[in-house]
Design a protein around this ligand. Structure first.
Ligand SMILES: Cc1ncc(COP(=O)(O)O)c(C=O)c1O
Length: 442
């Protein structure tokens, strides 16, 4: 039977209204809730709010619930572990789930040699660990990162971030020595050039200009890069972008750090998005989808790079037994069939959106890989003027119709459902999205 969203109260409903009022009194106002959804329970892609309304979730809790909400195999693994051991701190003691997961991640990370894994609790912690390791290993102080990048909100990760000024306002000074450079955002090229005639000017500029004028390459520890930019707008660079940038990094002994926090763990149809580009990054940071909703971050590097000494970095809760078991169950599901499903359903989603793009001129760009798909909204195709207002109205409208979506970049919408998504759920999402676009933009 076809499953559809069910909205039976005004939104927010009465119970949601009361809780939101309490939230406004007691919870940090720094969070960016864009619609008033108060969740009670969820299963697969279906989220129930406290008033009994049912929503189709194409956010996966910001690309986290890779296996869908409360996948029975993940729940079972967590329940079984919770009866045995909740915490012992991998920083000072050993326990099997952490060791087994480290071995598994070793086998998944591209590259033949032996690698080691550092465990934290979040994406920012994974990036922070990579940032520290790059300095520790190279003994160099400078780093490169990209405009549009989002690497997290702790001070080191935030220093690498260059997505929105609201994320950085009043937090200066940041960690020194970071230079931000343009990403290959070809829809809005920073140099006003066109791919492929540009001959990847944005990459050549790093060596030809930056390294000759202001940034001595032999002082650069690492280049931090998202294989596909997430929060910045779901931006997919051309195929050779990473290979060419990586070549420059290797020429000067610079580490290439792939932030796979959003793009990793099968979301793009491969375990890591960098595998689409044929580059084996030196350091990988991952989190979000790794444990289907339990807090876990991991940073992987070759053993000869992760050779820091005992006491140089650690975290009390990092890699706790519950999260590790959730990750093992998640990876098992990804490998068995969910990564393949991400490819198949991602193509269906992208094709559906590309079809709508032919009808609605406000859909300036449709891009993505697997189930990491973005739509950039513009006032018109010629000026490409960002339509941030329409983006907000469309997301609000889809919410009212029972479809959960999130924005990214200044004027894009991200579609990042659980990797368990079915064809029927993709089609339902496309139908509701089209209705919303038609009602907002016409
Ligand atoms: C690419 C990337 N890196 C790092 C982070 C930070 O992750 P967290 O919010 O778990 O700290 C995010 C979060 O959106 C992300 O998308």
């Amino acid at each position: 039977m076809k499953k559809s969203p069910l909205i039976k109260t005004e939104l927010p409903g009465p119970k949601a209204k009361k809780l939101i009022k309490l939230d406004k009194s007691y919870v940090s106002p720094s969070y960016t809730r864009i619609y008033p959804l108060v969740v009670e329970k969820a299963e697969g892609l279906w989220v129930h709010d406290v008033d009994g309304n049912i929503f189709l979730d194409f956010t996966a809790g910001i690309a986290v619930n890779a296996t869908g909400h409360c996948h029975p195999q993940v729940v079972k693994a967590v329940q079984a572990q919770s009866e045995k051991l909740l915490h012992m701190s991998g920083t000072d003691f050993y326990y099997k789930p952490q060791i087994i997961l480290a071995e598994k991640l070793n086998s998944l990370a591209p590259g033949k040699g032996k690698k080691r894994v550092y465990f934290g609790n979040s994406g920012a912690e994974a990036v922070e660990a990579a940032f520290k390791l790059a300095r520790w290993h190279t003994k160099r102080e400078l780093n490169l990162a990209f405009f549009g990048a989002f690497h997290g909100r702790t001070m080191g990760a935030l220093s690498l971030t260059a997505s929105k000024t609201v994320q950085k306002k009043h937090y200066n000074p940041f960690v020194p020595g970071i230079t931000h450079i343009p990403y290959a955002y070809c829809y809005r090229c920073a140099y006003n050039l066109c791919y492929p005639q540009c001959d990847l000017f944005c990459v050549r500029w790093v060596e030809d200009t930056l390294f000759r004028t202001t940034v001595p390459p032999e002082e650069v520890a690492a280049i931090f890069v998202e294989p596909i930019q997430g929060e910045g707008g779901y931006i997919v660079p051309p195929l050779e972008f990473h290979t060419e940038m990586y070549k420059i990094a290797k020429k000067y002994g610079i580490l290439y750090v792939a932030d796979e926090v959003q793009s990793g763990m099968g979301r793009t149809g491969k375990m890591f998005a960098m595998q689409h580009f044929g580059v084996e990054a030196d350091i990988l940071a991952m989190a979000k989808g790794i444990a289907s909703g339990l807090p876990l971050g991991a940073m992987i590097a070759p053993a000869d790079i992760m050779n820091w000494e005992a006491g140089s970095h650690a975290s009390t809760f990092g890699g706790n037994p519950l999260s590790c078991q959730a990750a093992m169950a998640t990876i098992d599901l990804l490998e068995k069939k969910l990564m393949e499903n991400a490819t198949v359903q991602g193509e269906r989603l992208k094709a559906g959106l590309q079809h709508l793009q032919k009808i609605y001129v406000c859909m300036g760009d449709v891009r993505g890989k697997g189930l990491m798909v973005g739509v950039e909204l513009v006032k018109d195709r010629e000026s490409k003027k960002p339509a941030a207002d329409w983006r907000a109205q469309i997301i609000r409208k889809t919410f009212e119709k029972g479809l959960l979506l999130l924005g990214c970049g200044e004027n894009s919408i991200r579609f990042c459902p659980a990797l368990t998504v079915t064809s029927a759920e993709i089609d339902e999402c496309l139908t509701i999205f089209e209705e919303a676009v038609k009602e907002v933009v016409g």
